[in-house]
Every structure is written in C-alpha cells, then in structure tokens.
Design a protein around this ligand. Structure first.
Ligand code: PGA
Length: 286
C-alpha cells in the first residue's frame, strides 16, 4: 500500500495535498509510493467505435500529443480489426496497443475468434478481459475470463482484467463480495510471478457510459479492498506491484481527483478516449 515516503518530506512541503500539484500528480504519487514501482496506466477502450481512417487519425493525434509524456504508461484498445494498423502507426511511440478480447485456445476450429498469439504477432501488448459488457451482454463467466487470462499471459500479453458490481449489488451492500468472487474466479491458478504482470480494472457497472462516476472515495475503498485480496491470495510484494485502474465515466474533469487516490493506479477510459483532447486531459489532468 502507498504511504508517504518521509525521506522526501523536507523537500516536499505540499505532501499533504498532492492534488494542488496539478500536472505533477503522477510524479508526486510515485514519490509517495513506498516501492515507487506503480506507474499510472491510462488506457483507452475504443469499444465498437470508429472507422479505419478515424482510428488512424486518433492514433496519430495521440502520438503527437503524448510524445513528451514519460512518467505515465498509455495504451489504446481499438476494435480487433484495427489493432494491427493502429499498432503499426504507433510503433516506436510511447503509446501501447491493446485488444478488447481474445479466445483462450491457441489455434484451431474456433470460427470468428482471435488468439492471444495472433494479437501479439501484430504488435499488441495488452488485452482487456472480462469487461462488464462482455460479462453482461455476452454472458462471459469468471471461469472463461480465467482461461483467457492464462492464455494472454502465455502469449506475453498484459491482461487488464475487469471487475465491478451492478447498481443493485452496490445498493444491496454486496460490492466487495461480488468483486471478490470475480477476482478469485478470474485469477484462479495464476502464479505470483504472473499476477505481478496483470492489471486489474475496477469498473462499477453503474458508472460505465452513464456519466455517473464513482466518487474518489468510493473508488479508493474498493481499490484498497482489491489490494487486500491480492495480499491475501498472494503476498504484500505482489499486492504492492499490481496496478489497479478505475473505469466508469472518467473524463478530463474528474480524472485528477480519482487518480490522486493512493490505490488508484490509472484509468480505463471509454467515451473520453475517442477524442485526443479529452484523453490527454486524463493523461495530464489539470
Ligand atoms: P466509459 O467506459 O468511460 O465510457 O464509462 C469505461 C469502460 O467501459 O471501460
């Protein structure tokens, strides 16, 4: 867990309120982080949007706008058909590319599916797994997400595994149980070394695409609980390095406060990732 690193206290009089430091929030957070290893990861989930030319235009705009960003990891996750051209256009830049789904088998008669190795082959680095739209619209279970998480790791992709409760589950006070069930199911059988390579995205379903963002405190509460789950299933060393992103109506206005929370290590962004200025406003919140 992140705690103030008092070694820096004499030269950081603003340490009590990193938010006031505006643009330097990412650096300050790293200074505050005991282990100093959790870089923020801001990832754009383009979902089923854009055309090929619009994807390339967005990728190009981001490449230019983000060229000087050195302290934050950035990724975009286009629809699978655009992963290859977007990865080619972002090659050599500081923006990684992710997919939104994979199938868990290596190859074979699985009509319509794409393997982790195929995505890796065309320059993909990340894959979003178990997004609530796949869990709720396409009926993906945590067992399936688990098979995909294993497959992603075998192929060398970084899984971004999504967890999050429905509105009725939050209202019933079962948020932590729901997230714990998804966490245990999705990461079953994942070794400690592999767990360190995974990213978790906490996305309350009621906040996705609704404009209804969780408050920074609501996000922090669940993020801290997830970090405890990692510590319980693995150990503190693993818990300290796994990045936990928040997702659900993150935009350039609310990002700064959410990202300032000690257990929030980035954002998974839907709607606001489709415009250069909005996405950059989350990478560099002012
Ligand atoms: P949103 O989507 O930012 O549009 O709410 C987030 C997500 O689904 O990953």
């Amino acid at each position: 867990m992140k705690q103030a690193n008092f070694r820096y206290a004499p030269v950081l009089p603003f340490r009590a309120n990193p938010i006031t430091m505006g643009r330097h929030i990412h650096l300050i957070k790293q200074l505050f982080n005991n282990n100093m290893t959790r870089r923020l990861l801001i990832a754009g989930n383009w979902k089923m949007n854009l055309t090929l030319s619009a994807s390339l235009e967005l990728a190009d705009g981001l490449k230019q706008a983000a060229s000087s960003v050195a302290d934050v990891d950035i990724a975009v996750c286009p629809p699978s058909i655009y992963v290859q051209p977007v990865a080619a256009s972002l090659k050599g830049s500081n923006i990684g590319v992710g997919a939104q789904n994979i199938y868990f088998e290596k190859e074979g008669a699985f009509t319509g599916e794409i393997s982790a190795a195929m995505l890796k082959d065309v320059g993909c680095q990340y894959v979003i797994l178990g997004h609530s739209e796949r869990r709720n619209i396409l009926g993906e279970s945590s067992e399936l997400v688990n098979l995909k998480t294993h497959a992603a790791l075998v192929a060398g992709l970084t899984p971004i595994v999504c967890v999050g409760e429905l509105l009725k589950e939050r209202e019933a006070g079962t948020t932590e149980q729901v997230v714990r069930r998804q966490f245990d199911g999705s990461f079953s059988g994942i070794s400690a070394e592999d767990m360190k390579k995974c990213v978790i995205a906490y996305e309350p379903v009621w906040a996705i695409g609704t404009g209804k963002v969780a408050t920074p405190d609501q996000a922090e509460e669940v993020h801290a609980a997830i970090r405890k789950m990692i510590e319980k299933n693995y150990n503190k060393e693993v818990a300290d390095v796994v990045r936990i992103q928040y997702g659900g109506s993150v935009n350039d206005k609310n990002a700064k406060e959410i990202l300032a929370k000690p257990n929030v290590d980035g954002a998974l962004v839907g709607g606001a990732s489709l415009k250069v200025e909005l996405f950059m406003g989350i990478v560099r919140p002012v």
